[in-house]
Design a binder for this molecule. Structure first.
Ligand code: AP5
Length: 224
């Protein structure tokens, strides 16, 4: 069965960190809408030009644009055996569109990574990313601004939307526009929640256990 995973949670919950590792372990692509948009901004494409100001204010890019990006991306051949979605869907409209795209495919597995707000603020204000390849320095990385990227040797900087006022707006947007999705997904038998306030290694172990429990639940259901 193909794994079609949504990692769901607020900014700073660790979606990107866990998605990268899971995708590597399972040999499926990590599809991060934030990364796709940042690449578009850097490349100066028409979508990037429109998204730049919206992202720097912490608001959401339009549903229409985001749905178009995902529709095209999950149809690519590397996603035929599954994918990990990081940052999509973020609104009920996006989630409904994704359900339509999934007709005829194995079901979505939705895992919430739950983290209290004070910890989110701490993580985002300390996060360092590479200005060349975009890699996020690990949770245990000692390097501050001016440090060096462990992947490509580029310079570590603060992400442009990780400044205090933008972080607060992103959290506010999450509560108003994205959190209602919990209600949309919570009743599904393929929904799980994990405690994201633990070490990255513990979160990863809990995620694997959650995915396995969905898989075994579906196998039992299929046998009945
Ligand atoms: P996006 O890039 O998706 O940002 P986000 O959702 O705000 O999520 P983050 O990347 O900030 O956090 P994360 O959960 O991935 O945490 P991470 O693993 O990095 O989106 C950016 C913007 O693009 C949006 O604001 C919007 O404008 C636009 N956009 C994107 N998708 C969209 C959509 N679908 N619709 C409309 N607009 C869209 O970890 C954070 C930090 O914590 C790191 O430093 C990490 O090392 C550390 N960390 C991770 N795990 C742990 C742990 N267990 N313990 C301690 N530290 C940890």
């Amino acid at each position: 069965m193909a794994l079609h995973l949504i990692l769901f949670g607020p900014p700073g919950a660790g979606k990107g960190t866990q998605a990268e590792q899971l995708a590597r372990q399972r040999g499926i692509p990590k599809i991060s809408t934030g990364d796709i948009l940042r690449e578009a901004v850097q490349g100066g494409t028409p979508i990037g030009q429109r998204a730049k100001a919206i992202m720097s204010q912490g608001r959401l890019v339009s549903d229409e644009v985001m749905i178009g990006i995902i529709r095209e991306r999950i149809d690519q051949s590397d996603a035929s055996n599954g994918f990990v979605l990081d940052g999509f869907p973020r609104t009920v409209i996006q989630a409904s569109a994704l359900d339509e795209m999934m007709v005829g495919r194995d079901p979505l597995v939705i895992i919430e990574i739950a983290v209290p707000e004070a910890e989110l603020l701490r993580r985002l204000s300390m996060r360092m990313v590479c200005d060349k390849c975009g890699h996020t320095a690990g949770a245990n990385a000692a390097s501050g601004p001016g440090g060096t990227c462990e992947v490509c040797g580029g310079k570590l900087v603060q992400r442009s939307d990780d400044h205090d006022n933008v972080i607060r707006e992103r959290l506010n947007v999450y509560h108003v526009q994205t959190q209602p999705l919990l209600e949309f997904y919570q009743a599904r038998p393929t929904f799980r929640s994990v405690n994201g306030s633990q070490s990255p290694e513990r979160v990863s172990a809990d995620l694997t256990a959650a995915i396995d429990s969905v898989g075994s639940g579906m196998t039992r259901g299929a046998r009945r």
